[in-house]
Design a protein around this ligand. Structure first.
Ligand SMILES: Nc1ncnc2c1ncn2[C@@H]1O[C@H](COP(=O)(O)OP(=O)(O)OP(=O)(O)O)[C@@H](O)[C@H]1O
Length: 736
């Protein structure tokens, strides 16, 4: 929204009068909604009865339809209004004065814009939904192309009270009767302090952002741009827009929003409700598959193995093996014959069945194939007699119950905790060091009872290969009996009981017994992917190839919004990730929107971040920061205690900003800085570098940037993310 003020200079009396005028209109809107809520209740009560009267001719059909439409509209509005908490910036936030240049007040049309549409008794709009075509000029008009707008006004509200107005004039001269007040809504919005959660930007969406928001629903819409350019917030408004434009399709089919971490989903979770939309599923990458929730991060080396497509060969081998504890030989007495199938014969039967079936759906096929193999080994008497007897043999039932028992993907992953097993299965796929690290990571899972984020995509891949896990497995999954314990021990995981650890040992604070841990890892039922009508992927540059495949399973028939910035990548953005991504989008039309204005960081802060990243990532997508504070970030080498210096810096910024503060620290300082978490009456958070993705604070204190680069999978790109999180103040502390 280009600010353009050229009216009479405003006085406080002007402002007061204009605020009072807008208040009068806002009061009318709330009164109408109040009526609407009551009427909606009535409609619900006697809706059915009234539906019948139109058949008896009491009311004309079209009148009736009109009434129903209106009631439905009003009902929806009342419901949505209930969803909009008063802490959001008010239901009505904008106004357009439309008319020809030089038109009189009587000739001009006034149109109010809000979070939802409301009409009065005569069906006249009191507020137009921001997503309706009639509201587009609010976001698109500029002095160069005013689209019939004389003045655009943003109303600042607190609950149902109007507390200020900000105007932009779209014509060179204000007509006599038009007052222009305020300093521009955008700057006001950008300057104020940030809370713990992202806010909607519905009152100040910029023209180029609006174009991305209202882009067609079909195909793939990519939103690219550097840090703080509003990619996330734009994508979320786009989700709300799609629900408005094609509610039936998207509410029914569902919209899935995927972000990098649980911290991210917590950060953005209020944006859509503030726009009256509750029906969107927000998932972190560790939470995409129902039945596994992961917060833990693997070491970069392990994450690389688990994220790359080569791991699929290993998964295929896992699926092809007999389930743990399955008998190696079939011995049965069938129709008077002693049947014996050796390991190799059984292996061939298994391979043959798996060629055409998913394991968990193939119990019958396995029985049939086994019967054939058994018959071939005997070939005496009547074939059909033999097959009948085979089918009702207890020996065979018993054998199959174990040899082809339903398998839970999570069990298969845990089998990799055994180093020899991991070596064997990864031969020709991983080197020994990688296989050992992989095995170690599953011992860590068995120790902590927590999956890693990268495991979720592997479990999903296995689920797609194995087929749905039957209910019975779920019931059993909670138990961990002596036999299984022994089994696990035999698998070389004795050290789990001894509690031996490895590097890092995240989450090692909690003491978890092996039985508890395993129970936790297998709790709940793993659910197969259900498809969505639209999938929105944020921080898309970070998805590994295996994660792309997982996400693609949820978007087979979906349209997509994909948001990202390669320079902020923490996944080595290899050609492989790009290929996996392209596969998800095969055959879909594409459009790209590039965002180049940074709305988050004060220019001084962003300049600092740019100087760090450009020498190392020369092709970084560098936006233009629009706001200046006149205060350069502090970047100092600390001679004494880094911890004391961090505490001082926190104290300073708590004075300087009203809102949120983050202390971003590499692992090596995390324990010592933990005490700062919750300081400033809860305004201060201590966070690790990767968890800052997609988030922002009023001020940040960045501790030991070189260590952040060193420990992060994406190196300096992760530091770049960290250095672009502060809106107003930043301190960078380096050990001397
Ligand atoms: N039109 C706007 N009006 C007001 N605030 C805006 C506008 N556009 C963006 N912002 C604000 O700018 C900040 C950055 O937005 P957002 O987090 O969506 O950026 P991003 O491009 O996703 O950033 P990153 O890639 O660094 O995570 C947010 O506080 C957002 O509310």
């Amino acid at each position: 929204m280009t600010t353009h003020h050229r009216g009479q200079p405003d006085t406080s009396a002007d402002v007061e009068r204009e605020v009072a005028r807008e208040q009068a209109h806002v009061d009318r809107v709330y009164a109408e909604l109040e009526k609407a809520t009551l009427r909606a209740r009535d409609v619900e009560a006697d809706g059915l009865a009234r539906g019948r009267t139109d058949r008896t001719g009491d009311v004309r059909d079209e009148e009736m339809t009109g009434l129903f439409e209106r009631d439905a509209l009003v009902h929806a509005a009342a419901r949505r209004r209930a969803a909009i908490d008063t802490q959001y910036e008010g239901l009505v936030f904008g106004r357009l004065d439309l008319g020809e240049e030089g038109s009189s007040a009587a000739e001009r049309e006034v149109r109010h814009i809000g979070r939802l549409g409301v009409r009065d008794d005569d069906y006249e709009p009191l507020v137009v939904d921001w997503r309706a075509p009639a509201a587009a000029a609010f976001y698109r008009a500029t002095p160069v192309d005013p689209m019939g707008v004389v003045r655009r006004r943003v109303l600042r509200c607190r609950g149902d009270r109007v507390v200020g107005v900000e105007d932009d004039l779209m014509v060179p001269e204000a007509p006599e009767d038009i007052v222009v007040v305020g300093d521009g809504a955008l700057m006001a919005a950008l300057t104020r302090s940030r809370g713990r959660q992202m806010r909607d930007i519905v009152a100040t969406i910029q023209r180029h952002q609006d174009e991305a928001i209202r882009a067609p629903a079909r195909g793939v819409t990519e939103i690219t741009g550097g840090p703080g350019t509003g990619k996330t917030v734009v994508a979320l408004h786009r989700a709300a827009y799609l629900l408005y434009a094609e509610r039936r399709r998207f509410e029914h089919g569902g919209i899935l929003v995927i972000g990098p971490s649980a911290a991210y989903t917590a950060y953005i979770e209020r944006v859509l409700p503030s726009l009256g939309e509750e029906s969107v599923a927000l998932r972190a990458l560790g939470d995409v598959v129902d039945g596994v929730t992961a917060l833990r991060l693997d070491t970069p080396e392990v994450a690389e193995v688990k994220g790359s497509l080569r791991v699929r060969r290993l998964l295929a081998r896992l699926v092809a093996r007999p389930p743990l504890g399955a008998p190696r030989v079939l011995r049965a007495f069938v129709a008077g014959h002693a049947v014996r199938l050796e390991e190799e014969a059984l292996r061939r039967v298994r391979a043959e069945v798996l060629r055409g079936h998913q394991h968990n759906l193939a119990a019958d096929a396995a029985r049939a194939a086994l019967a054939e193999a058994a018959w071939r080994s005997v070939r005496q008497g009547e074939r059909s007699d033999f097959l009948d007897a085979f089918d009702s043999s207890r020996d065979v039932d018993e054998f199959l119950a174990s040899w082809w028992r339903p398998v839970d993907p999570r069990e298969l992953l845990l089998a990799l905790a055994d180093t020899d097993e991991a070596y064997g299965l990864s031969r020709g796929v991983l080197d020994q060091e990688e296989a050992a690290a992989l095995a170690w990571s599953y011992r860590e899972a068995l120790e902590t009872g927590q999956w890693s984020v990268a495991d979720v995509a592997l479990a999903d891949d296995l689920l797609a290969r194995l087929g749905p896990v039957p209910e019975a497995v779920e019931e059993d999954a909670g138990f961990y009996d002596i036999e299984e314990l022994d089994d696990l021990t035999a698998y070389g995981v004795q050290d789990v009981r001894a509690g031996s650890g490895g590097p890092g040992r995240p989450g090692s604070g909690a003491v978890v017994t092996p039985a508890d841990a395993r129970e936790r890892l297998l709790a709940g039922r793993l659910e197969r992917a259900s498809g969505y009508a639209h999938v929105l992927v944020d921080e898309a540059q970070d998805l590994s190839p295996m994660q792309w495949r997982m996400v693609a399973r949820r978007g087979r028939t979906a349209s997509w919004t994909v948001v990202g910035d390669a320079a902020q990548s923490s996944w080595p953005d290899t050609a492989e990730a790009a290929r996996a991504r392209e596969e998800a989008f095969t055959g879909l039309e594409r459009r790209t929107f590039h965002m180049d204005t940074n709305y988050r960081n004060a220019r001084e802060i962003f300049d600092h971040a740019r100087e760090v990243v450009l020498p190392l990532v020369p092709d970084a997508d560098i936006p233009e920061a629009v706001r200046e504070t006149g205060v350069r970030p502090v970047d100092v080498a600390v001679d004494g205690s880094l911890v004391a210096a961090a505490a001082d810096a926190v104290e300073t910024v708590l004075e300087e900003v009203d809102g949120s503060v983050a202390v971003v620290t590499p692992r090596r300082w995390a324990d010592r800085l933990g005490a700062l978490d919750g300081a400033g009456e809860g305004r201060v958070q201590v966070v690790d570098p990767l968890s800052t993705k997609g988030l922002e604070w009023d001020a940040t204190v960045v501790v030991d940037p070189d260590a952040i680069t060193e420990e992060s999978p994406g190196g300096v790109r992760v530091l770049y993310v960290v250095l672009t999180r502060a809106a107003h103040r930043m301190h960078v502390l380096r050990p001397a």
